[in-house]
Write a protein that binds this ligand. Structure first.
Ligand code: P1T
Length: 384
């Protein structure tokens, strides 16, 4: 059976993988080496220096390409390092149209690092395709989409945006961290680049910081590989191994994240002390129909606002949680709670942040794969 014929769950385990050539190890060994012996200058077995390439990293990169329906994968030292490589494709004077609701660190990278090199970013709501199109001009080189967005859980029409990108001949990059390829595969909708913070669901165990890019086009892959090697923020062999191991159970974990997410979204929606729940699986979510069309299920990320709550009340709730750990990050097997305004999104100015709904009282949950009754009991005691 050719690998292309494999279904998604089989690809998480077998995609891009072969037993190791040396001893037939089923799991790619951790090639913890910086360099490789050469018989004559340039006479090596495919690897010469571990910034340029490492067999454990290659195994991860092949797996990433397979599960995202791409042809080429690139693994970086973090999600932000992967994004940094994408923006380095651009030239001074280029413009980027980006989602306005996105991870605070992504906003900080665009605004505080790359704007000073003459790249201009337009941060806009992406619910309306004609509004996106009105921000595309002859200088636009890239559309940057995060969907579902962090932390407001807006869902953006990937097929629609890919159509716009093709029409105007600009690149489309999609941060697929929240959805993972289990729920949606942006390259299948026409995106050019998929990006991940593999720190999250792909790794899945909160034990590693890694980033990833996947593309279909050879030229684009070559350009990104050049940047990866020239700038050097590569994923190390141990971290590559951990993410590979995580990917092998991605489908099982995601299934449970989605089931638990659904139960908790329903619990919060019916709670008299909760004002608003943001989860794309809820029928009253403004993008519920798009989510149904482009995602397999709705994921385990939920944001909510308690009724009449202030900054201090929201902080009190997250402090009262016992089974949910108060922490940055998401996507691990254990449930986490965060307060975006003071944590993950503190680097976005308050007025900017509040325009996209990230108010002081907002709480974000990364629902893990524990017994959901225990998670609900924990939320219950913390909210009351
Ligand atoms: O942390 P790093 O691996 O560098 O990835 C950055 C990143 C990029 N994109 C999205 C959608 C993200 O959520 C992140 C990291 N986010 C968190 C740490 C967080 O708690 O939201």
């Amino acid at each position: 059976m050719s690998e292309k014929d494999l279904r998604f769950n089989s690809k998480t385990i077998h995609g891009g993988q072969q037993p190791d050539k040396a001893y037939g190890a089923v799991m790619p060994p951790i090639y913890q080496t910086s360099t490789y012996a050469q018989t004559t200058p340039g006479g090596h077995q495919g690897f010469e220096y571990s910034r340029s390439g490492n067999p454990t990293r290659t195994a991860l990169e092949n797996s990433l390409a397979s599960i995202e329906s791409g042809s080429y994968g690139l693994a970086f030292a973090s999600g932000l390092a992967a994004m940094d490589a994408v923006i380095k494709l651009l030239e001074p004077g280029d413009e980027v149209v980006s989602t306005n609701d996105l991870y605070g660190g992504s906003y900080r990278l665009f605004k505080q690092v790359f704007e000073k090199y003459g790249i201009k970013f337009h941060f806009i709501g992406m619910q309306d395709l004609s509004f996106i199109e009105s921000h595309i001009n002859e200088k636009t080189a890239l559309i940057w989409v995060e969907t579902p967005t962090n932390p407001m859980m807006n869902v953006i029409d990937l097929k629609g945006v890919a159509h716009l990108a093709k029409k105007h001949q600009v690149l489309l990059a999609v941060d697929n961290t929240f959805a993972t390829p289990y729920l949606q595969r942006p390259l299948e909708f026409g995106a050019d680049i998929v990006m991940h913070s593999a720190t999250k669901y792909l790794g899945g165990h909160s034990d590693v910081v890694v980033g990833a890019l996947v593309v279909k086009d050879k030229d684009l892959a070559d350009k990104l590989y050049f940047i990866q090697n020239a700038s050097g923020a590569v994923c190390g062999p141990m971290d590559s191994f951990l993410v590979l191991r995580g990917i092998k159970t991605l489908h099982l974990r995601m299934q449970r994240h989605c089931e638990n997410g659904k139960a908790i979204a329903a619990y919060l929606s019916n709670h008299p002390k909760i004002e608003k729940v943001y989860w794309p699986g809820l029928e009253d979510h403004p993008n519920h129909q798009i989510a149904k069309d482009q995602m397999k299920d709705f994921g385990g990320m939920i944001s909510f606002v308690p009724k009449g709550s202030s900054f201090t009340d929201a902080v009190k709730i997250v402090e009262n949680l016992k089974l949910f750990t108060l922490a940055e990050s998401l996507g691990g097997v254990e449930s986490l709670a965060g307060h975006p305004a003071s944590m993950t999104h503190a680097s976005i100015p308050k007025e900017e942040r509040e325009k996209s709904g990230v108010v002081d009282a907002l709480i974000r949950l990364s629902v893990g794969i524990e017994d959901v009754e225990d998670l609900i009991a924990d939320l219950d005691q913390a909210i009351s």
